[in-house]
Write a protein that binds this ligand. Sequence first.
Ligand code: GN1
Ligand code: MG
Length: 376
Amino acid sequence: MTEIHGTKDSTLRRAAAVAERFKPNGTIGRVREYGNGNVNDTFLVSVESAEAGCFILQRINTRVFSRPELIMRNMRTITEHMSRRMRSDPLITGTRWDVPKVFPADDGRDYRIDEDGSFWRAMSFIEGVETFDTIRDTEHAEETGRAVGLFHTLIHDLPAEFLEDTLPGFHVTPGYLRRYDALQDRERPRKSPELLFCRRFIDKRRHLAHVLENAETAGKLRLRPIHGDPKVNNVLVDILTGKAAAIVDLDTVKPGLVQYDIGDCLRSGCNPAGEETQQWEAVRFEPGICRALLRGYLSQAERFLDPADFEFLFDSVRLIAFELGLRFFTDFLEGNVYFKARYPEHNLLRALVQFRLTESIESQEDAVRAMIREWK
Ligand code: GN1
Ligand code: MG
């Protein structure tokens, strides 16, 4: 019998009903909320059958992803490409690297739209792994970097035009700045010390917003397939070996700059307090973790990166931390319509964390640039 756990019972009940459409052979057992994504809703579904197991069920947030069927098309393209590459790439042979599999619904499609228009999809559950919101130690840092580098290596030769743009404007910082500015024109600025801090913070750094886009327009950087969201908890770590075993959350894989990914992985990994900390004033960027993440990343990615790619590594980590702060702050001002928030000021607090992290990155600019030069 289906067992429902968790607070949002009606959502869980709907998830359980939809789950039946993905796994007709076997009885759906326990359904529970899973992970802590800021955008989509994720559930772990257990199946009671001869070969009992679990699968992942997700409801895609269609306010964010307005064409979710494109996500599924990309997932097929990427996972098939990676699996093909893995069969022929000596870099992979002998190491564990799992690729999530899409489960078709009973009508043969890759997704299911329920009565109220919600978009659901199911995927294989990767066994024997664990995830962490922050970096535990040097080995974990290196493995996280290695996972992102390996992922890039596996997809970098996939022609960008084979991929759909699932989220137009994603990581294009000037676009986020325009959205924030448009809000200022519409709204009378509310006043509080935190709001003032954020506004001043953004104003002092608006000149940075174009750095990667300008480099791309000037032909210094080029678009390649990227992950889009390679934060620490999207890397799955094998429980027994401590080695990275997979990278998940492929919804934002699309053509972009690898600098977005490197910046995002570093801003996520080098913040030991984590992006959800309440103690935003204590947030700092940890250079030791940065070194280990880069070492892991470059052990894989060095073979396809151009010299110009290295030139923008410092700019990318500062920019993506700033950009995420700007995205959280704008969402707070807009009433928390994009990122899920547990309380009204949640996205304001998240913005403060990223802005404080940006300051810490800036205060260590020389040291971080010197570290990057060691690999050039
Ligand atoms: C969102 O939903 P989640 O947690 O996988 C966001 C990322 C942010 C991240 C910050 C599509 O990812 O860009 O870096 O929150 N995803 C989207 O935790 O906007
Ligand atoms: Mg994500």
